[in-house]
Design a protein around this ligand. Structure first.
Ligand SMILES: [Zn+2]
Length: 323
């Protein structure tokens, strides 16, 4: 064996050794990762509530399936998402028309240990309603399909948010009873924060000079509207896929704004507010964004904003719109 060959052999042995160490290490970290409880939430509100309940527990890995900045209604799980759901210890979803994919996915999942929670199950849901101002849906097919379905935007009322926190806290206790006391405490702390925002909104509502909110947009806040006993006019009922209201709808909204002297035209997060700005300019009013918590922008997500902090952002908006 000449010198070159010896060097080459040593080099090969070293490379194999490093490779083995790396494979061993990655397997090790993978095992560590998998030993954590895997919790998956389909939408932002469930994710946020679980994040608060789990708190600083390092043995739980929480995933936000939809991810920030995306439209919950057009989301379809990817192959990777299916694996994430399949490998979860707890999977939380809302269901309904918004998450039509959930039935199919759940029937295909083979994991006996996985706990599945539909957060809408404990909520007194309402039917999707036709909102004042919005034109009835044109496509008969779509209407038939939507029949019998409920309004999925349950998280917009603080009362429902509390119920969701309690449902999710019990689910966490079931998959991790050792930390039950901690989960109970964290859930109670978060409920107190929700109650606090609720109280502040209620104060604004109690001092209102008008009851009507105007959405130059879709209107996924019917539970919020009902909870605070408000009225609403909107360009679209619920969550339409359309973004341009008809000239008739715009004219109707403008008339309403003038008739009832409404100072603020609302649009929802993840919308550029163009229609609201147009109506605001036409009527000499102000366009403002309201947080419906339907989803969170990437920017707000990275800043760690929560259901509570985003709902708190609405205080100023509601004050201007109602008082
Ligand atoms: Zn929606």
């Amino acid at each position: 064996m000449n010198f070159k060959k010896i060097i080459l052999s040593i080099a090969v042995i070293i490379i194999i050794a490093i490779g083995a160490v790396l494979i061993f290490k990655s397997g090790d970290s993978k095992n560590q990762k998998n030993s954590k409880l895997q919790v998956v939430a389909s939408n932002f509100a469930s994710y946020d509530f679980l994040r608060a309940i789990i708190g600083d527990n390092q043995n739980v890995e929480l995933k936000f399936l939809l991810g920030p900045g995306k439209d919950a209604h057009s989301y379809e799980p990817t192959a990777q998402d299916l694996i994430t759901i399949q490998n979860s210890d707890l999977f939380v979803y809302v269901g309904g028309q918004m998450e039509k994919w959930s039935d199919k996915v759940l029937s295909s999942v083979e994991n006996d240990k996985m706990k599945v929670i539909c957060v809408a199950d404990d909520i007194e849901t309402i039917e999707e309603q036709e909102v004042d101002g919005a034109e009835p849906e044109e496509e008969q097919e779509e209407h038939e399909e939507a029949e019998g379905s409920f309004d999925e935007h349950i998280w917009t009322s603080p009362a429902n948010a509390e119920i969701m926190v309690n449902t999710l806290e019990k689910a966490m206790e079931e998959i991790d009873s050792q930390n039950a006391e901690k989960y109970k405490q964290n859930a109670q702390n978060y409920i107190n924060e929700i109650k606090n925002v609720d109280k502040q909104i209620q104060e604004i509502v109690d001092n209102k000079v008008r009851s009507r909110l105007i959405f130059a947009d879709k209107m996924p806040m019917q539970y919020f509207i009902n909870y605070y006993n408000l009225e609403v006019t909107a360009a679209f009922s619920g969550c339409s896929t359309e973004t341009e209201p008809s000239a008739n709808t715009i004219a109707y909204i403008e008339d309403k704004v003038k008739e009832e002297n409404i100072p603020v035209i609302l649009y929802v997060e993840l919308n550029n507010g163009k229609v609201a700005s147009t109506i605001a300019t036409e009527t000499g009013r102000e366009a403002m964004q309201i947080q419906t918590l339907h989803n969170i922008t990437k920017e707000d997500f990275d800043k760690g904003e929560t259901w509570v902090s985003l709902m708190t952002r609405n205080l100023e908006v509601l004050k201007k719109a109602l008082q």
